[in-house]
Design a protein. Structure first.
Length: 177
């Protein structure tokens, strides 16, 4: 029996223990990788759910404002020159003639200011007025309220021959669709 003791110990105890330890080590490694993969997928899924909730919130906010989109598209879609002319006539009717006069309107074709470096379509508008400061403030407020696509490029104020009024030169960029 002594002859087989070493072989029995080697193949009966040591080799099975080593193989068992290797199987356990491989199993633990695979379990760790599966757990890591599962944790990553859970994190991605949680992010996906949060993004979906955020997207639904944005959609709810946008759906409340959809009714205004048609108005804004119509507003921006109008021809700039005719829209400004008609809006200025409306503003002029509201203000006293002695305090507010339109002295010039130009619609240059060359792009200037912000429009020259932008890919967005735009038109340039130059307006000149003779008005009191208060009347001019009200006129520009009403014009820019009705036409929010106007972006002020330049405003010049010079004294007029009439002591109660000033000469105003206003340059706008009108953003178009």
């Amino acid at each position: 029996m002594n002859l087989y003791r070493q072989a029995i110990a080697l193949f009966g105890f040591i080799v099975p223990v080593v193989i068992g330890a290797a199987v356990i080590a491989v199993g633990l490694t695979i379990k760790g990788r599966i757990k890591t993969s599962f944790d990553e997928k859970c994190t991605h899924f949680a992010g996906f759910k949060q993004n979906k909730i955020d997207a639904l919130g944005l959609e709810a906010d946008i759906s409340k404002k959809r009714q205004h989109i048609a108005y804004w598209e119509e507003l921006v879609g109008k021809e700039t020159a005719s829209a400004i002319s008609s809006n200025l006539r409306t503003v002029e009717e509201k203000l006293p003639g002695k305090e507010f006069q339109i002295t010039g309107q130009q619609f240059p074709t060359a792009r200037a200011g912000f429009a020259s470096v932008s890919g967005q379509r735009s038109a340039q508008v130059r307006l000149a007025f003779r008005a009191t400061y208060r009347s001019m403030q009200r006129a520009l407020l009403e014009l820019e309220t009705v036409m929010p696509q106007l972006q002020l490029q330049e405003l010049r104020i010079n004294p007029s021959n009439n002591a109660s009024s000033l000469n105003f030169e206003v340059n706008y960029t009108a953003w178009e669709q």
